[in-house]
Design a binder for this molecule. Structure first.
Ligand SMILES: [Zn+2]
Length: 139
């Protein structure tokens, strides 16, 4: 596994200042898989990031589990949400992911706010911008 500081450095240089935060709740997984199977490359990238992050959670030592990004609880099982951060470009090569436990929220609105706050904690200089996708985009 690459050190977090290396991941952030790679992500930052690749992003050129523009990153995207994607929040994936367990209930969003079937739709994500459907998009990926339909050939949506962004969905494939998010799914790969999610798979890698899930593996990291599963493989974490029992005595040193990965923690929720917004509280001190350990991430266990599969009922938690992932925040995936990717460079905002067509062919991102790096990204970071973090988990938010079910006790910290289950609604899309709460989790989006908590994921944004968690990202600000690790990356304090972020400035959110709204971008209107010509094709309507997706959350
Ligand atoms: Zn939590």
């Amino acid at each position: 596994m690459t050190a977090l500081s290396d991941c952030l450095t790679n992500l930052h240089s690749e992003a050129g200042g523009a990153i995207e935060l994607i929040v994936v709740r367990p209930v969003d997984a079937p739709e994500l898989v459907a998009y990926a199977l339909a050939g949506d490359q962004q969905a494939v990238r998010i799914f790969e990031a999610l798979s890698n992050a899930s593996r990291a959670v599963e493989n974490a030592p029992k005595r040193k589990p990965l923690l929720c990004a917004t509280c001190p609880r350990a991430l266990r099982g599969t009922a938690f949400t992932f925040g995936i951060v990717l460079p905002m470009r067509d062919d991102p090569q790096s990204g970071v992911a973090f988990g938010i436990c079910v006790k910290c929220g289950t609604s899309a609105e709460v989790l989006q706010a908590k994921a944004t706050a968690a990202l600000h904690k690790i990356w304090p200089n972020l400035v959110p911008v709204d971008i209107t996708h010509p094709e309507g985009g997706r959350a």
